[in-house]
Design a protein around this ligand. Structure first.
Ligand code: BGC
Length: 455
């Protein structure tokens, strides 16, 4: 069992993903009942819906240096507290302003958790299984989203939006107690010079009979290379390739439209002419199920097939799904006889995202940056992810208004195709190599695509 200690660690750290998923998904149900208590102008509605995304952006941008300074574990423990307090603050809100500020606080925690969880897992996992273990975090996100749909469904009978928001406390408490018992990242400990503690933890996670000397020496070797744990180090020539790759992957994950489908699924189904709200909600729950199932399918494939083939195949499937959906929207509605096709194309799109861009983007931004600035690098890519999420979801309805559903889905399809080309030419394969290996290639100025190659 000792050998599987790292799996247990990855599971606990991935609890932060449940919070991420739950708190981004829960509002779609709560927003139906909040107006019964508080009058919401369209601006207030927009602020309330956008508060989490804005908070996440803030959380990600300001926490990178803190994560490198105080370590991943302490940051995750603090994040659990912010989640707990933020959820209570929203559940007990006495005014719309308290509600919006509470959602912003929860957002800050989401922004931090979204990259610190994967980063912590990446630094503790053996490289053979690293991709699948980091992707547990994405699985947790999808489970969190599905849980929020289920809670919303049952709480909606009582119009209990406060319970919907307040239940976010439960995974927060689990994360807090779980992280109390987990060790610090051995790699981070080495950056601070705590070699003895780092060795003890590494020995424990690799198993009592494993030899850890080579791994420790490799880490110490990369730490000797130039570079400071500061913001300006992220913009040096050596780091620039991974800075761009991280930004691009984070942008691609959002610009190809996933959250328009997730946040607006019931509206899209209604737009397509699906009769009742119930059939739209049921179809939305189907999407939740697909998210989880296809993320599970991706777990072993990330380390077996590799990151690049998964992303390229997934994007191809997403492009086909979007192309069919766009084609079906001949007018502003889809003919009733074609509803089955509309559903199938959306399911195809979500399934393909779930085994590719969904997990792989978070896996890669936890892997590619040099150790000393890994927190700052991952936080910057995460900011890009939340900013593009905000941009795409906030403009979706207006864009549909201007160019129609067909035009909008066609644009996302074109982004998928451009992304395939970018990934093919520029994104490295990082499966099966150590994090130090990637860092050494970066210092050796290898071409972008070869950063994951064995030297
Ligand atoms: C993305 C989120 C998305 C979620 C869906 C994550 O990887 O970053 O924006 O809502 O996947 O599962």
């Amino acid at each position: 069992m000792k050998e599987y200690y790292f799996v247990l660690i990855a599971f606990v750290a991935a609890l932060s993903g449940i919070l991420f998923g739950y708190d981004t998904g829960v509002m779609s149900g709560a927003i139906l009942f909040i107006p019964n208590e508080y009058y919401l102008t369209p601006t207030m509605n927009g602020l309330l819906m956008g508060a989490v995304l804005f908070g996440a952006f803030l959380g990600a941008i300001f926490s990178g240096q803190i994560t490198d300074h105080f370590g991943r574990r302490k940051v995750l423990i603090t994040v659990a507290w912010i989640f707990i307090l933020g959820s209570l603050w929203t559940a007990l809100a006495g005014s719309i302003y308290q509600l919006i500020s509470g959602r912003c606080i929860v957002g800050i925690a989401i922004g931090i958790a979204s990259y610190v969880g994967p980063l912590y897992i990446s630094e503790i996992s053996p490289h053979k299984y690293r991709g699948g273990l980091i992707a547990l975090n994405q699985l947790a996100i999808t489970v969190g989203i599905s849980l929020s749909y289920i809670v919303d469904y049952y709480a909606s009978f009582y119009e209990a939006w406060r319970w919907m928001l307040g239940l976010g406390v439960a995974p927060g408490i689990l994360l807090f107690f779980g992280m109390l018992y987990l060790p610090d990242s051995p790699r981070w400990l080495l950056t601070k010079g705590y070699e003895k503690a780092a060795r003890e933890i590494l020995q424990k996670v690799r198993g009592p009979s494993a030899s850890i000397d080579e791994e420790v020496e490799d880490i110490k070797e990369v730490l000797k290379k130039e570079g400071h744990s500061q913001w300006k180090a992220v913009f040096t020539k050596v780091v620039r390739p991974v800075l761009w790759i991280g930004f691009a992957l984070a942008f691609i994950q959002q610009i190809t439209g996933i959250n328009t489908v997730l946040y607006y699924a019931p509206s899209i189904f209604k737009m397509a002419g699906f009769g009742s709200s119930t059939s739209s909600i049921l179809a939305t729950m189907g999407i939740g199920g697909i998210l989880v199932i296809f993320t599970i399918i991706s777990l072993p494939l990330i380390d077996k097939w590799g990151r690049r083939p998964l992303m390229i195949t997934g994007l191809l499937g997403m492009a086909i799904g979007l192309g069919v959906l766009a084609w079906l929207f001949k007018t502003s509605e889809i003919e009733a006889s074609l509803h089955g096709w509309a559903l199938a194309s959306m399911f195809l799109y979500v399934a393909c995202f779930s085994f590719s861009l969904g997990p792989v983007m978070w896996v890669m931004i936890a892997e590619i940056y040099p150790l000393k600035i890994r927190g700052i690098g991952a936080s910057l890519a995460t900011c890009m992810n939340w900013a593009s999420n905000l941009l795409v979801t906030a403009t979706f309805l207006q864009v549909v208004n201007y160019i129609g559903a067909r035009g909008t889905f066609s644009v996302y399809m074109i982004f998928c195709v451009i992304s395939i080309i970018f990934i093919y030419f520029f994104v490295p394969e990082t499966k099966g190599v150590s994090l130090e290996h990637i860092e050494n290639n970066l210092h050796a100025h290898k071409p972008w695509r070869q950063l994951g190659r064995k030297i």
